[in-house]
Design a protein around this ligand. Structure first.
Ligand code: FES
Length: 158
């Protein structure tokens, strides 16, 4: 049986921010490209800052824990500061918001957290465009293919 650490189990048993946001500024949905599990993300954004974040997921324990942690950590963050640095740094920063908090993730489950990062990037592109930030919107879109590296991480260890 797969052993998950206490932090993951805690977020799985008691996930934070489950639900929908009415009239969200940002919204996205993803089927994890590795396993097909679904996650939807809703964002309330005010003056460039994430005011609230909620999610719905038909996914495994690690996916639910990832979305729980991510929605907690992203609240209060200014969107533009998340994009500081190189593309690699930006993606790593977003993945770390989840993984620094959850601790060790079994290799076979390493494809789960990146889906939350991908759905976040997808959910803010429309918002950024509407705000007249086509440059940042395009950057967010172009970062999505870079997440594929993170989906592959557990493969060679399985
Ligand atoms: Fe499908 Fe975790 S997201 S197994």
């Amino acid at each position: 049986m797969l052993e998950l650490n206490e932090k993951i189990k805690e977020h799985f048993r008691n996930p934070q921010n489950v639900g929908e946001i009415e009239n969200p500024e940002g919204m996205g949905a993803i089927n994890n490209p590795v396993c097909g599990d679904t996650t939807k993300l809703y964002l309330k954004i005010k003056e460039g800052r994430v005011e609230d974040a909620k999610f719905l997921s038909f996914g495994c324990a690690v996916t639910i824990a990832s979305a729980s942690v991510f929605t907690e950590r992203i609240k209060g963050k200014e969107i533009s500061t998340l994009f500081l640095g190189t593309d690699k740094e930006v993606v790593q920063r977003l993945v770390s918001l989840i993984e620094n908090e959850l601790g060790e993730i079994p290799p076979i489950k390493l494809h789960c957290p990146p889906a939350t990062v991908q759905v976040f990037l997808e959910s803010i592109t429309g918002y950024l465009e509407r705000e007249g930030r086509a440059d940042l919107s395009l950057r967010a879109k172009n970062l999505i293919p870079q997440i594929s590296e993170y989906y592959k991480r557990g493969e060679e260890k399985e």
